[in-house]
Design a protein around this ligand. Structure first.
Ligand SMILES: *Cc1c(COP(=O)(O)O)cnc(C)c1O
Length: 364
């Protein structure tokens, strides 16, 4: 008997495996440090806005997310007409793939790029082309060398997940200048709020001055609204127009929209979270380094910890930490068999991880 068959390419996609959900020894408190969620939760004002909207769940949302586009516009100094909001930036990345990629096209991402990119690419029958990184960092020349006549799109998370490294804005501009003008450059700035480096920019200026670059961003990380699924994109008018034609008419729910408005307006909450993250990122990098483990210098809300290939392996560390209720992210499906990614948690969680890694390295 015949049965429905997925489109070409779909079954070549490796399913996305989210950060695992915790199972610890009985009696242990569990710290989920595997999905880059904030330990602070959202702004209390966002929770209040969410509850307020709960009184009117019978009404459809305003379909263009106007209040949220306006709030984002005020916050970043952008024209709200050039913003699209989505159910997480995941939705937006997929909308971009649907709008600009098809069978026979190629999209470039980097060796340890975000796994949603190959999924979005292959879901529309296009080919995922991988450009090598250098020192776990995007290599602009490798991307430019990977361009062929079929290339339509380049995905770049800056800073990148899971490596935590970033590309200086000069290099991003060099990338844009070296790509053919019909190739769409997608700059995913999910972790931009955590970066404090003089040579870093989200890329807003490139979007404003070119016809072929977009920036995407999310409310899932520093704003702590991952459960609500809200993301956005800033782009040239013609791209916003095209993507709006295939966007679901009510793709962002009202509670998500109003919670996000309150979150983006609470700049004190963001500043506190950014400062805390930086302090503890530095502390973790130093303390874990003292144990003889290498930590990739990152600029986001997580650290990438490398383990020896034999003996004290990443697998063994993962099992050891999990028993203590400390759940990190194994990265096999990112091609990083010998590393674990740790989201920066509460002070208690961060100290427990270092204590546990010390015991692990000492063979306790
Ligand atoms: C977490 C993350 C996002 C955010 O995805 P949402 O769908 O908005 O939750 C986007 N890009 C990268 C690289 C991420 O790590």
């Amino acid at each position: 008997m015949s049965r429905p068959v997925p489109n070409p390419g779909i079954l070549d996609i490796a399913p996305y495996t989210p950060g695992k959900s915790p199972v610890a020894e009985p009696g242990r408190k569990v710290f989920k440090l595997s999905a880059n969620e904030t330990p602070f939760g959202p702004s209390p004002k966002a929770i209040e806005a969410f509850k307020h909207v709960a009184e009117h769940l019978e009404d459809y949302p305003e379909g263009t997310s106007r209040v949220l586009r306006e709030a984002i516009g005020r916050s970043f100094g952008l024209d709200p007409n050039r913003i699209i909001c989505g159910a997480g930036s995941d939705e937006i990345l997929n909308l971009l793939a649907h709008t600009y990629l098809g069978h026979g096209d190629e999209a470039i991402s980097t060796t340890h790029g975000f796994l949603v990119y190959p999924i979005a690419t292959m879901a529309v029958g296009a080919k995922n082309v991988v450009a090598a990184e250098k020192n776990l960092t995007c290599d602009v020349d490798a991307i430019l060398n990977a361009v062929t006549s079929r290339t339509k799109l380049v995905w770049l998370a800056n800073p990148n997940n899971p490596t935590g490294t970033y590309v200086p804005f000069d290099e991003v501009k060099r990338l844009r200048a070296g790509l053919p003008s019909h190739v769409l450059l997608v700059l995913d700035a999910a972790y931009a709020d955590y970066v404090s480096r003089n040579d870093y920019e989200m890329g807003i200026e490139l979007v404003a001055t070119t016809e072929n670059t977009v920036v995407t961003h999310t409310f899932s990380k520093i704003h702590g609204l991952a459960a609500l699924r809200v993301g956005w994109m800033f782009g040239p008018e013609h791209i916003i127009d095209a993507v709006n034609r295939i966007r679901g008419p009510f793709n962002v729910s009202t509670p998500a929209m109003y919670a996000a408005v309150a979150a983006i307006e609470d700049t004190a909450h963001q500043a506190m979270s950014k400062q805390f993250t930086e302090t503890w990122r530095n502390w973790l990098t130093e303390e874990i380094g003292k144990l003889g483990l290498k930590v990739t210098p990152g600029v986001a809300n997580f650290v990438l910890i490398h383990f020896p290939q034999e003996g004290k392996t990443a697998d063994a560390a993962d099992a050891f930490l999990t028993k203590r209720g400390l759940v990190l992210r194994a990265l096999k499906n990112y091609g990083l068999q010998h590393a674990l990614r740790m989201t920066i948690g509460t002070e208690e969680a961060n100290r427990l991880v270092v204590d546990a890694l010390r015991d692990f390295m000492a063979g306790k």
